[in-house]
Design a protein around this ligand. Structure first.
Ligand code: C5P
Length: 227
């Protein structure tokens, strides 16, 4: 069967990665979480004195961006890919509230996006890939055969992220997460380079009232129509 490219974009914490991972596993495609890549750059910036308080040392980051190697490796226990930053597993660290609150400003930087987009396009050269993010259908893979744009209310999305962090035993405050979700929505939609928006040819999925199972069925129907 001919392999295609699948782009899944949408707002923070709307279940994009769950659906993308499930679909990729089911159809034997590679799954790439592009948000994890921006999170890894953010973690690098925090740990290397580039992001101090509210200030980003853009010159230093520009000089070091080419040295930031991001890769993914399957975690045999969870059955999901873990994110590696320069060879170190950072999967848990990049999901912290500190990284969540700093990732959107880092993602507005044009040279960061340029580098990430180039790496993502290389990963998808052979097709047979499901990538989720904010600009996959608009910028990274504008010719993707299947494009989905996912949304849900901010409250539902904050609740999902809260449940996820709690399940991992991490400290979490619902109000703080809701504030973070709204703030990231705003920055992601209003930045100059590749703002979050639905590609014209993307299918819209509002999953506020859908269970994971219902969402999965919907996604498979769309995949079967185009593959
Ligand atoms: O998907 P996730 O919520 O983990 O993404 C974290 C952040 O990374 C987003 O809020 C957004 O600022 C940025 N991002 C982006 N472009 C992508 C994926 C994520 O700007 N393709």
């Amino acid at each position: 069967m001919k392999k295609i490219t699948i782009a899944i974009d949408g707002f923070s914490s709307c279940g994009k990665s769950t659906m993308a991972k499930d679909l990729a596993r089911e159809v034997g495609y590679i799954y790439i979480d592009s948000g994890a890549m921006y999170r890894a750059v953010t973690l690098y910036s925090i740990e290397n004195g580039i992001f101090n308080g509210d200030v980003i040392d853009t010159e230093k980051l520009k000089n070091e961006i080419k040295n930031i190697r991001i890769s993914f490796q399957l975690n045999k226990e969870t059955g999901r890919p873990d994110t590696y930053l320069n060879g170190v597993n950072v999967e848990n660290k990049i999901r912290s509230m500190e990284v969540s609150s700093k990732v959107s400003p880092i993602s507005t930087l044009d040279f960061v996006r340029e580098e990430m987009v180039a790496q993502q396009q290389t990963m998808g050269k052979e097709k047979g890939i499901v990538m989720d993010g904010r600009d996959i259908g608009t910028t990274v893979f504008p010719d993707a055969e299947l494009k989905i744009f996912v949304t849900a209310t901010p409250e539902i999305r904050a609740q999902r992220r809260y449940d996820e962090l709690k399940a991992k035993g991490q400290e979490a405050s619902f109000d703080e997460i809701l504030e973070n979700v709204k703030q990231r929505d705003y920055i992601d939609q209003n930045r100059e380079v590749s703002p979050l928006r639905k590609a014209e040819d993307a299918l819209l999925l509002d999953n506020t009232h859908l269970s994971i199972e219902e969402q999965k069925e919907w996604l498979f129907r769309q995949f079967n129509k185009v593959s």
